[in-house]
Design a protein around this ligand. Sequence first.
Ligand code: 1CP
Length: 356
Amino acid sequence: MQNLDNDLYLRALRGEKVERTPIWVMRQAGRYLPEYRATRKQAGDFLTLCKTPELACEVTLQPIDRFGLDAAILFSDILTIPDAMGLELELEEGIGPVFNKPIRSKAMIDALAVPDMGSGLGYVMDAVGTIRKALNGRVPLIGFTGSPWTLASYMVEGSGSKEFRRIKGLMFEDPAATHQLLGVVTESVIEYLHAQVEAGVQSLMVFDTWGGMLSTSNYQAFSLAYMQQIVASLKSKHPEVPIVLFTKGGGQWLESMAETGCDGLGLDWTVDLAEARRRVGSKVVLQGNLDPVVMNTSGAQVATEAESVLASYGQHDGSSKGHIFNLGHGIQPFAKPDNMRTLVETVKAKSAAYHL
Ligand code: 1CP
């Protein structure tokens, strides 16, 4: 394995003692950056950007070059898997992701198959290889997937949703069909993550954006159980690759999430970091959790709020696995790029005092 110039993020995820808190930001390559908007325009549309390895590489590196973050995240989307399964993803301006062929019947679930990682998703692995080369060991590269529940939600709803009437309706009315759908999505996710690791990603994150919409028992059965299978499979083959699970709105389930054997948990801003540390901090690294809206305010506010996140985790005194700084969800298109600089500088300057 190639030596890294900056391996702070990977050392922190292994629970090792580090000299300061590492930082990266969900959606760090995105619409708040003028250079991202320029590359996206050059690509023509979002999917072409994802499917052109040189351009995906270019936008992956933009926030690294500009801000000096401690990790890069593969530029892609969680919806590449259902797209490769034939649902035909499109990104509609002002609406967001939409599938031309959403799941509307049991027959459509029966017809689903694990997509071929080469012909269907090879562009993602090509992007990983291109990015690793371009990074040249500066920082580690994070690969990712959506959770099976989150992917199934988009596949059945056909687009984003507020109430999840269709997927929850299916879950309540036909739990067997729902499990069948989640099963084939889980198999696909597992193959996809193995392929990403083989192509060169150095850590993994599972985005369970919509697991927090479920009751506790349904979360266990329809979301967490499948993430558990993913962790078990990846750990059996690639035990050296750390895995972070992030269920947005999952703060009440941290104990059961930590029991999956994952290395870290992503936290949204509703979770008190000090309390999360008491509950699961000796078992897993905690990643988060500044409210992304802070990034739309003033630089002074960003610095104050970032310091309070650091203080809330507190001293790295060996009693817990540690903290990685991030937002509690993706940075928004309205965020000011200068605030990202302030955030990174604040975390770098102020966190060393918590690692004495
Ligand atoms: O340029 C544009 O207009 C596209 C906006 C955009 C971007 C920048 C989309 C469409 N996807 C992405 C990139 C993306 N998506 C990354 C890249 C790496 C990074 O810098 O972090 C990642 C990790 C994702 C993951 C993703 N896509 C999630 C999980 C994380 C989360 O934010 O909760 C989800 C739910 C999606 C679906 C999706 N794709 C795009 C949008 C706008 C959405 C959200 C739709 C919704 O609100 O339901």
